[in-house]
Design a protein around this ligand. Structure first.
Ligand SMILES: Cc1ncc(C[n+]2csc(CCOP(=O)(O)OP(=O)(O)O)c2C)c(N)n1
Ligand SMILES: [Mg+2]
Length: 362
């Protein structure tokens, strides 16, 4: 069979695009409610140990699946939407997708793999090694869906195939899966994690086959040496050493700074990223940043973006409408807050896009 073709996307070409998103919704997935004490979420993988489902010989951690959030969003029937998964161990792919999301009409949802050394129980300096392994073993595939006028087009970068040896190495590298290996080897549970991951990847492969781009492999070319350091988030914050969310925020801000400069507003759901960047009434953010309730940041981000367009239409604001990024953890994305996210995603990718009164104000 012929090799699938690669779609080379240059960072500078993305920056030159005329399109502009209403809101980018960014979920950093550390696979549990971390800042409140490592409780299980819809993003927790099967058999991972959390404080609400501690792993041992009798109960093997989480009983249930890791839900697939991204692909279902492709089938809401929205007008214009950019969907992708990212991993900070692959920074070019990560930053390229953030930039493309901000330079796509409608809105975007990006889900970022986000290591948590504390909740996953490993040394801080292993975060990048483990993050890279997550994609290389097939656990965290990197893919994209571009929805244009209601038509979803699937593409990918890497991580669609399961490498069983690497998968086991991945599980073994974290304390949250230790009970699967000691005191006895829990083969059935290990096989089941791999099985459910493989089913998810098979669904994805089927979608790429059916709704695939002509050139289905996306490769972002980013000359990182030429990128200016981001000015959105200061290094002074309370995230743990090696925190995946810190890497996610830094790469997100680097790409967002290249696109938007400082004309950007962040909205942050309650989470590690929020509490750690707003300690003792001192914020780590140098650009406007809003903390709203745990569950409703997506609504607020949409409201801010849309309000600017309305003010502009009334000649009450004559500047450039700011870019909006909403940041939420897995707890506030999969579970509490899902309905707010879903509604805001549909509004910003459909209603706002189909309303000429608003699109003409961008
Ligand atoms: C309605 C509501 N329920 C519960 C809480 C308490 N709470 C604040 S943050 C949080 C967990 C956040 O988990 P996640 O979204 O995964 O972010 P992380 O801490 O892992 O970064 C919880 C339960 C709250 N603030 N509001
Ligand atoms: Mg979390």
């Amino acid at each position: 069979m012929a090799q699938p073709e690669r779609n080379i996307i240059k960072f500078e070409d993305i920056l030159a695009r005329k399109e502009k998103s209403n809101v980018l919704f960014l979920n950093y997935d550390n696979e549990a409610f971390m800042n409140t004490g490592i409780q299980e979420s819809g993003g927790t993988p099967p058999f991972a140990s959390t404080t609400t489902g501690p792993g041992g010989e009798k109960i093997p951690g989480k009983i249930g699946v890791k839900q697939d959030l991204v692909t279902p969003f492709a089938f809401f029937g929205t007008k214009s939407l950019f969907l992708a998964t990212v991993n900070p161990a692959y920074p070019n792919d990560f930053m390229g997708k953030i930039a493309e999301a901000l330079k796509t009409n409608g809105s975007a949802f990006i889900q970022a793999y986000s290591d948590c050394m504390r909740g996953w129980r490993h040394e801080a300096n292993e975060a990048i090694k483990i993050s890279k392994l997550a994609t290389d073993c097939g656990y965290w595939p990197l893919y994209t869906v571009r929805v244009k006028d209601g038509v979803p087009v699937f593409s990918y970068f890497r991580g669609l195939d399961i490498d069983k040896d690497k998968f086991v190495e991945y599980l073994k590298s974290m304390g949250r899966f230790r009970h699967l290996f000691k005191p006895k080897f829990m083969e059935k549970e290990i096989d089941e994690i791999i099985y459910f991951t493989e089913q998810r990847n098979n669904r994805l492969k089927g979608l790429i086959e059916t709704f695939g781009a002509e050139k289905p492999i996306d490769v972002y070319r980013v000359n990182r040496k030429t990128l200016d350091p981001q000015e959105h988030l200061l290094p002074g914050h309370g995230l743990c050493p090696g925190c995946g969310a810190g890497m996610v925020l830094n790469q997100m801000a680097t790409a967002a700074y290249a696109v938007a400069g400082n004309n950007i507003i962040y909205v942050n759901n309650t989470s590690c990223s929020e509490v750690s960047t707003s300690k003792d009434f001192v914020t780590s953010w140098r650009v406007p940043w809003v903390h709203h309730l745990f569950e409703s940041g997506a609504t607020i981000a949409d409201a801010i973006s849309t309000s600017y367009k309305i003010l502009k239409s009334k000649d009450e604001f004559d500047g450039e409408v700011p870019y909006l990024i909403h940041i939420g953890g897995d707890g506030s994305t999969y579970d509490i807050g899902f309905q707010f996210l879903k509604a805001a995603l549909i509004r910003t990718s459909s209603f706002v896009e189909m309303n000429e009164y608003l699109t003409s104000q961008k």
